[in-house]
Design a protein around this ligand. Structure first.
Ligand code: FDA
Length: 310
């Protein structure tokens, strides 16, 4: 409950225009803990650095809200160029994207545009052994994201495209069952948005229990599972679960956010688990940064200390 109040307060304050304007002008230095930089070169360098510790990358060009087909297409072009640059640098173009950034949220023909742009990225990445993961956004976008995930898996195959399920949503266990025929590659997360009680669990213990059920079910079904959490309790339980059920290490990976629990990322890799860091880059860093602060009070203290000294 306190977690929820904290999260709601931070996300509400972060959405205030005056706060946003101060943060955008003064907060970049702090955001760099979580964001690799502004340019594709920055993220490529970040992946190379992580690879030295046996950690892979999920490449995320930041950008969530587009207001026209031109901005959506320009965003997609930037991702296509990232795919080319990653491939040229010998890095797997494992792209993660919010469909809204590709145009899905536009009222006129948005869904078609989002899907078309996703297809363009997959077509470019696939020959280089690439992958496209569709991030999950707030609850009104879940249906369309899952529908488009289905279309893309049918067209490109489940080895090349994945999506995300959020354990806090009441609907998610049914969504998992409905996706079963696709043998889906899924990233399981707790959920980062401010959602009402009518659609999402509010209690941490419930969210964590749902998280474990989703991961275990997808693993038991033989599907590739991305365990995306920094929660030691969950990570330890997944390690025990895979051991007890004879699930091979190439059927799952741990995914963590760039700049969060670097010690744990290295440790998991050194124990021989597959590990990948979600690495954002680009100019539109503020919404992403706000969600990281909202996840954890110590992140807020880090920002306050950075801005006001002490
Ligand atoms: P949670 O916040 O529940 O904390 C549990 C414990 O983890 C803490 O007590 C602490 O021990 C540890 N911990 C957590 N954060 C820490 C920190 N900053 N520093 C140190 N310890 C920390 N969400 C979404 O809605 N859609 C999406 O597509 C994605 N994608 C995504 C990809 C990846 C790779 C990750 C890791 C996460 C996401 N998320 C997401 C975000 C996700 O929904 C969630 O908000 C965060 O991962 C926080 O939940 P955790 O399970 O990590 O820890």
């Amino acid at each position: 409950m306190i977690d929820q109040i904290y999260r709601k307060t931070v996300l509400t304050v972060a959405g205030n225009k005056a706060v946003e304007s101060v943060m955008r002008s003064r907060g970049w230095g702090l955001a760099q803990r979580f964001v690799a930089g502004h340019q594709a070169d920055d993220i490529i360098q970040a992946v190379k650095d992580l690879q030295k510790d046996g950690i892979g990358g999920l490449l995320d060009l930041l950008g969530e809200f587009v207001d026209s087909p031109d901005t959506a297409n320009a965003f997609a072009e930037q991702i296509l160029s990232l795919v080319d640059q990653a491939a040229a640098a010998g890095i797997q173009p494992y792209i993660t994207v919010k469909l809204s950034g590709l145009g899905q949220g536009l009222t006129v023909d948005g869904e078609d545009l989002g899907l078309t742009n996703a297809r363009r990225i997959l077509s470019r990445a696939k020959p280089h052994g690439g992958f496209l993961a569709l991030d999950m956004e707030d609850h009104p976008r879940v249906d369309v994201t899952l529908a488009q995930f289905r279309r893309l898996v049918e067209e490109f195959g489940h080895h090349y495209v994945g999506t995300v399920l959020q354990s806090y949503l009441h609907r998610t266990e049914k969504d998992l069952a409905d996706l079963a025929d696709l043998k889906p590659n899924l990233r399981i997360v707790k959920g980062a948005y401010l959602e009402p009680e009518s659609v999402a669990m509010q209690d941490k213990a419930d969210i964590n229990a749902s998280y474990r059920r989703l991961v275990y079910a997808n693993l038991k079904a033989g599907n590739y599972t991305n365990v995306a959490s920094h929660d030691d309790g969950i990570i330890d339980d997944v390690k025990m679960f895979v051991l007890a059920h004879g699930i091979p290490r190439d059927q799952f990976e741990f995914q963590l956010l760039y700049g969060v629990r670097r010690d744990l990322q290295k440790q998991l890799a050194s124990e021989g688990y597959r590990v990948r860091a979600y690495i954002p880059y680009g100019d539109d860093w503020y919404p992403y940064f706000s969600r990281r602060i909202a996840e954890r009070p110590s992140n807020a203290l880090f920002v306050l200390r950075g801005m006001f000294g002490g």
